[in-house]
Ligand binder design. Structure first.
Ligand SMILES: Cc1cc2nc3c(=O)[nH]c(=O)nc-3n(C[C@H](O)[C@H](O)[C@H](O)COP(=O)(O)OP(=O)(O)OC[C@H]3O[C@@H](n4cnc5c(N)ncnc54)[C@H](O)[C@@H]3O)c2cc1C
Length: 280
């Protein structure tokens, strides 16, 4: 169950936060309870994608990667109860057979459910709240090793605070989500002059379910992305070569080593972005 000694280093996704904790990876709830009861200083980690020192510790770190999957669902209410270590990138596959989908997500899908909920992770969409707003109930393991059921009827104060608690109230073990029936989104990406974006963004943000853009500061073009619900047939993403991510990573690395190249690379990047459209 213990996977790492205290002299090894834990790092978050970017490497900006690190520590030398004793790491435990329990498989069963009673193992988790025993760890909690026998240690004083504990933090929980999901995917380690938070930027600030939320997870960093030299004491005990609990990894909940073994707590995965859907444990119950309610077809009539379109709700499901999920184990907290489930990664968002797996959740779509778990929800597909029960015809449910998350109402929204952030830019990436690497987070654990508990990590995303605990930090109020949000996506774009002027009418869409953050993921924590879709939490209907959760189970929380307290420092005494007690499992509390929290929702709008029981342990209400803990339920309200615990939906974005940065791991401070205890360890979440299960979360019940209000989902919605499966739906399709159409994603469109194109280059757009920055002046046009500034002139129209207040109107566009109400016209699209999602809208966001990436500005290249040495170019007057931005990469504009919109997502809208659609009934159109599935149109798979055509993977370009090199992919945008690979291109951005390459340019970031080059710029880090050769700062003088920055403005040329940023102009080039906007030339490489091809208009894309897909439905899934
Ligand atoms: C490349 C990148 C893109 C991102 N994009 C977005 C975005 O579009 N929108 C957005 O809002 N955020 C975004 N984020 C931030 C990210 O969503 C949050 O930092 C999120 O918390 C990461 O989830 P995690 O599973 O890695 O959590 P971790 O970083 O591992 O933990 C986050 C917090 O949750 C607590 N925690 C974890 N598991 C439990 C548990 N079982 N019980 C109680 N507490 C627990 C931890 O103790 C900690 O306080 C991004 C981050 C990166 C690196």
């Amino acid at each position: 169950m213990k996977i790492q000694q205290a002299d090894e280093t834990w790092r978050n996704w970017s490497g900006s936060q690190h520590g030398c904790p004793e790491i435990f990876k329990p498989k069963k709830i009673y193992e988790l309870q025993n760890i909690v009861k026998s240690h004083a200083q504990i933090r929980a980690v999901g995917a380690g994608h938070s930027f600030s020192a939320l997870v960093k510790t030299d004491a005990v770190l609990i990894n909940l990667d073994h707590f995965k999957g859907v444990v119950a669902f309610d077809e009539n209410r379109t709700q499901c109860t999920v184990q907290v270590g489930t990664r968002l990138y797996d959740l779509g596959e778990y929800l597909a057979p029960i015809h449910q989908a998350l109402a929204n997500q952030g830019d990436i899908d690497q987070q654990s459910l508990a990590g995303a909920i605990s930090t109020g992770t949000h996506g774009t969409g002027i009418d869409l709240p953050c993921l924590s707003a879709f939490v209907e109930a959760f189970e929380l393991l307290t420092a005494e090793g007690e499992l509390l059921q929290c929702d709008r009827q029981q342990n209400t104060d803990i339920f309200q605070a615990g939906r974005v608690a940065l791991g401070s109230l205890g360890i979440l073990t299960k979360i019940t989500l209000q989902n919605r029936p499966r739906y399709k989104l159409k994603e469109q990406i194109r280059l757009c002059p920055i002046q046009e974006v500034f002139a129209n963004i207040d109107q566009w943000k109400h016209q699209h379910r999602h809208i966001e853009f990436w500005a290249f500061l040495h170019s007057d073009q931005v990469m504009l992305k919109t997502l809208d619900e659609t009934d159109e047939a599935i149109q798979p993403r055509q993977d370009a070569w090199p992919s945008e991510d690979a291109l951005l990573t390459l340019c970031s690395e080059l710029t880090r080593r050769l700062p003088a190249a920055n403005s040329y690379l940023q102009k080039l990047l906007s030339v490489f972005v091809k208009p894309t459209c897909y439905v899934d």
